[in-house]
Design a protein around this ligand. Structure first.
Ligand code: SAM
Length: 349
């Protein structure tokens, strides 16, 4: 059986944005449906009006084009009212209806306090479920398999059993990259750029001596990440830079306005974490790319409390218009380390 629903994990509080995004993507493919998304639940489920259309939609929806979802699964109906004495048997039956060979088994919960409380239930259940799946002839370590198997508990007696396509989904359990805060980094923001680099430039090797500009750099978490990768960085901010970072010899500090600063020579990368209106940042980064002041940029858009999805669309439209709609690559993502914001990558093609 091919699952007809789309399950999206997200940061709690962003269910509405996930719902708007998946509904818009469905409409683009001519698929009509509705979303069930309880506020603060950490996930949303899209139901197509016709199952066949839902299956088709699930086959074509591209994870990398979505901004707010952390993970993308195809799933069937919620398994609810699991018997307390034996949750495993109905789950195994649901898995068998999806297939028998999977690349991995991830048992997960929403990223909420309730979800964290469920972790104590999952831990003892996991070996039983694995054993029962093996006994039922289900492999979940098949490197050739197209899909990972997910069991996503949304309550003690309720779970979604779903599939994520390898290559069209997050590679992290719960869609959350596990990154450790480096003790030498000047600010926690360092993790945000580390995650952004993983998301947008995974596997890239940077030859030493590439150049970068960091707009809104103080105290230097993002600059620190660039320095670790061998970049020579111009850090633009009226605020102070971390003294130890300055000792690296790879950083020049310019006390300037990030909206007025222009590099004397084009740089490879520009990063921008200034707290400003998203539209203003979108215009600025588009200009850096259009003028050839940088080849690639990662920037953060601080979203307003309301109409966050609309604001993302607006920024995309500003960039599209400024760059004439072609010759560049743009991706936006709400990273795990993003709060009321999204991070974006823009590059010349
Ligand atoms: N990315 C930094 C890090 O990793 O440590 C943190 C940046 S903090 C969120 C925002 C910074 O933007 C502040 O230091 C602020 O001074 C700077 N900023 C805001 N508006 C600016 C402007 N117009 N020009 C330069 N810097 C600006």
């Amino acid at each position: 059986m091919r699952p007809a629903r789309i399950l999206l994990y997200c940061r709690p509080g962003f269910e509405k944005e996930c719902a708007q995004e998946v509904t818009a993507a469905a409409a683009q493919m001519g698929v009509e449906g509705f979303v069930k998304a309880r506020p603060e639940s950490g996930f949303a489920v899209f139901h197509a009006h016709q199952d066949a259309m839902g299956v088709e939609f699930g086959d074509h929806l591209e994870f990398n084009r979505l901004v707010f979802p952390r993970q993308l699964l195809r799933t069937g109906d919620l398994l609810s009212g699991l018997p307390e004495a034996d949750r495993v048997t109905p789950i195994v039956a649901a898995v068998r209806s999806l297939g028998t060979r999977f690349a991995a088994l991830w048992i997960e919960t929403p990223d909420t306090n309730d979800g964290k409380a469920l972790a104590s239930l999952i831990k003892p259940l996991t070996p039983h479920l694995e054993k029962a799946l093996r006994r039922a002839g289900v492999a979940f370590d098949d490197a050739q398999a197209e899909d990972r198997l997910h069991v996503y508990f949304v309550g003690g007696l309720a779970c979604h059993v779903g599939l994520s396509r390898v290559g069209n989904s997050s590679t992290w359990p719960m869609g959350i990259p596990r990154l450790r805060m480096p003790s030498a980094a000047p600010s926690r923001s360092a993790l945000k750029l580390a995650e952004a680099m993983l998301e947008f430039a995974a596997g890239r090797e940077f030859e030493p001596g590439l150049t970068a500009v960091d707009l809104g750099a103080s105290p230097g978490g993002w600059t620190w990440q660039l320095v670790q990768r061998g970049f020579m960085v111009t850090a633009v901010d009226n605020g102070p830079m971390d003294a130890r970072l300055m000792e690296s010899g790879q950083v020049k500090h310019r006390r300037d306005d990030g909206f007025h600063y222009r590099p004397a020579e084009p740089v490879h990368w520009m990063v921008c974490d200034m707290v400003e209106s998203p539209a203003k940042i979108a215009r600025l980064v588009a200009r850096w790319i259009a003028e050839g002041w940088c080849a690639e940029t990662i920037f953060n858009l601080k979203l307003p409390m309301k109409k966050r999805y609309e604001e993302v669309l607006r920024c995309r439209a500003i960039i599209d218009e400024a760059l004439g709609g072609k010759g560049y690559y743009l991706r936006m993502k709400q990273l795990f380390h993003d709060r009321e914001e999204v991070t974006a990558y823009l590059a010349r093609r």
